[in-house]
Design a protein around this ligand. Structure first.
Ligand code: UGA
Length: 443
C-alpha cells in the first residue's frame, strides 16, 4: 500500500483516485475548486462516467480516499504525486499549460521529505517531462511520465483492464516503483524514457484519429460504389493486424483528446519532417465529415431555413456528458446558423446544453424532439437510441427522413417504419452501384 496524492479532480484524476484506492492504496486528491471538492467528499461526481460513482463510494466507505483544496495536507506523507490537471487548447491553437505550471510550483513548494516521485499523467508537449525534471533538480524529486489511455465512457473498465502501462523515467528505480503500483492489474509494462512515453500518448491518439478518418473516407467511396459498410467494417476488423476499434464511420472524431493530439503530432511532423501533410489530411477529412449531414440536407431540401430538425445526442460520443469539440453539437449549431429550427435531445447533457447552447431548443426525450420534425438525425450513439421505436418516431415526425449518422439501425427496419434512411455505416444501401461505374468496372 502506498500513499498517493493526485493533483486535479477531473475525468482522469477521479478515475485514478477511485481505481488506485480499489487496488488498496491510500489516495489524497487535491483540487483548487472548493465546490468540486465538497461534492466529491459527499460521493457526488461532477461529470458522467459509468461505474465511477459506485467505485468512488467504495473508496470513501473504506476511508481510502480524501479530497482537499490544501496542498500541504494533501501532499503530506505522499510517496507519489500524480499530476492529472487539464492542458486545454487555447483559441490560437497552442496548449494552455498554466494549470500544469501551477501544480508543479505547488508540489515543489509544499512537498516534504522524503521527496515524492512525481507522476505526470496530463497530456503534454513532447519533452515536458525532462523540462520539469530540470525544474526539480537538486530537490531529489524524480519526474516520471505515465500517460493515461482511458477513454471517456469506459474509463473504469480501461483502468482495471489496461492494454498496456507506459512508464517513462530517467531513473530506473523511480520507473519500477511507478510500474509496481499497477502490479495487480497484470498489464504489459513498457519501460522507457519520458520523451518516448509522451510520444507514445500522442502517437496512439493520432493513430486512432487516422483510423476514424480512414473509415470515413472508405464510407464515402463505399457510398458511391454500393458497398455495405457494415460488412466491410466486419471484414476489416477480423484481420488482427487492422483490429476492430475506431473503424466506425460517422460524424468524425471529436472530444478533448484526438483532435488535440493530432494537432500536436502534426506540428512536430511539420517541424521535423516533410510529412505533416499526412496528419493534415486526417484532420481535413474529419472537418469535411462534420459537414456531411448539412450537405446531405441541403441536397435534399435545397434550403433548410425553417425546417424542423431533431438532433438525437449532443455529446462527442456516447456514455459521457462531455460536449467539448462535439461533432453532434457542431452539427446542431451549423444547422441553427442556417436558420433551421433545431431541437436537440441528449440523455445526460440536457441541463448543460441549456447553459452552453442557448440558441438551441432542448427536448426532454427523443420522441419530443422528433415531434413535427422534417428530419431526425441520430448524432451520438447512445444505447437508448438503438432501441428507439422507429414507428413511433415516424408517427411523431412531419417528414420521413432518418439520418442515422452513427449507424445504429439498418435500412430494412427504417423502411418498415415508413422512414427514408441514410447512414454512413451502411452507405451502400443508399446509392447502389453508380451507373457510370458499371462500364468502368466492365472494361
Ligand atoms: C481517447 C482515446 O481513445 C483514449 O485511449 C485516450 O486515453 C483519451 O483519448 C485521452 O487522450 O485521454 P476519448 O477521447 O475519450 O479517448 O474517445 P474515443 O473513444 O477515442 O473517441 C474519440 C472520437 O472518435 C469520438 O468523437 C468518437 O465518436 C469518434 N469515433 C470513435 C468514431 O467516429 N468512430 C469510431 O469507430 C470510434
Amino acid at each position: 500500500m502506498s500513499v498517493i496524492s493526485i493533483v486535479g479532480a477531473g475525468h482522469v484524476g477521479v478515475v485514478y483516485a477511485a481505481g488506485l484506492a480499489e487496488l488498496g492504496h491510500r489516495v489524497k486528491v487535491i483540487d483548487v475548486d472548493a465546490k468540486r471538492v465538497a461534492m466529491l467528499r459527499a460521493g457526488r461526481i461532477w461529470f458522467y462516467e459509468p461505474g465511477l460513482p459506485e467505485l468512488l463510494a467504495r473508496g470513501l466507505a473504506r476511508k481510502r480516499i480524501t479530497f482537499t483544496t490544501n496542498y500541504p495536507s494533501g501532499l503530506a506523507r505522499a510517496r507519489f504525486v500524480f499530476v492529472c490537471v487539464p492542458t486545454p487548447t487555447t483559441a490560437d491553437g497552442s496548449l494552455d499549460d498554466s494549470f500544469l505550471r501551477s501544480a508543479f510550483a505547488n508540489i515543489r513548494q509544499h512537498s516534504t521529505l522524503p521527496r515524492p516521485i512525481i507522476v505526470n499523467k496530463s497530456t503534454v508537449p513532447v519533452g515536458t517531462g525532462d523540462i520539469v525534471a530540470r525544474l526539480f533538480e537538486g530537490d531529489e524529486i524524480h519526474v516520471v511520465s505515465n500517460p493515461e489511455f482511458l477513454a471517456e465512457g469506459r474509463a473504469v473498465e480501461d483502468f482495471f483492464h489496461p492494454s498496456r502501462i507506459v512508464v517513462g523515467a530517467r531513473s530506473r528505480i523511480a520507473g519500477e516503483a511507478v510500474a509496481a503500483l499497477y502490479g495487480p492489474l497484470r498489464a504489459p509494462v513498457v519501460q522507457t524514457d519520458p520523451v518516448t512515453a509522451e510520444f507514445c500518448k500522442l502517437s496512439a491518439n493520432a493513430f486512432l484519429a487516422t483510423k476514424v478518418s480512414f473509415a470515413n473516407v472508405l464510407s464515402r467511396i463505399g457510398e458511391s460504389v454500393g458497398v455495405d459498410g457494415e460488412a466491410l467494417a466486419k471484414a476489416l476488423s477480423l484481420d488482427p493486424r487492422i483490429g476492430a476499434g475506431h473503424l466506425r464511420a460517422g460524424l468524425g472524431f471529436g472530444g478533448s483528446c484526438l483532435p488535440k493530439d493530432l494537432a500536436a503530432i502534426e506540428q512536430l511532423a511539420r517541424r521535423f519532417t516533410d510529412s505533416s501533410g499526412f496528419f493534415a489530411a486526417v484532420a481535413s477529412v474529419n472537418k469535411a465529415q462534420r459537414s456531411r449531414v448539412v450537405d446531405l440536407l441541403l441536397d435534399r431540401f435545397g434550403a433548410i431555413a425553417d425546417r424542423r430538425i431533431a438532433i438525437l445526442g449532443a455529446t462527442f460520443k456516447a456514455n459521457t456528458d462531455d460536449l467539448r469539440d462535439s461533432p453532434a453539437l457542431y452539427l446542431a449549431r451549423e444547422l441553427a446558423e442556417l436558420h433551421a429550427r433545431v431541437v436537440v435531445y441528449d440523455p445526460v447533457a440536457s441541463a448543460q446544453l441549456r447553459i452552453v447552447a442557448k440558441e438551441l431548443e432542448v427536448a426532454r426525450s427523443a420522441h419530443a424532439a422528433a415531434r413535427g420534425a422534417d428530419v431526425t438525425v441520430i448524432a451520438t450513439e447512445w444505447p437508448e437510441f438503438a432501441t428507439l421505436d422507429l414507428t413511433a418516431i415516424r408517427r411523431a415526425m412531419r417528414g420521413t427522413l432518418l439520418v442515422d449518422a452513427r449507424g445504429l439501425f439498418d435500412v430494412a427496419s427504417a423502411h418498415q417504419a415508413g422512414l427514408d434512411y441514410f447512414s454512413f455505416a451502411t452507405a451502400g444501401v443508399r446509392a447502389c452501384i453508380a451507373d457510370e461505374l458499371v462500364p468502368a468496372v466492365a472494361s
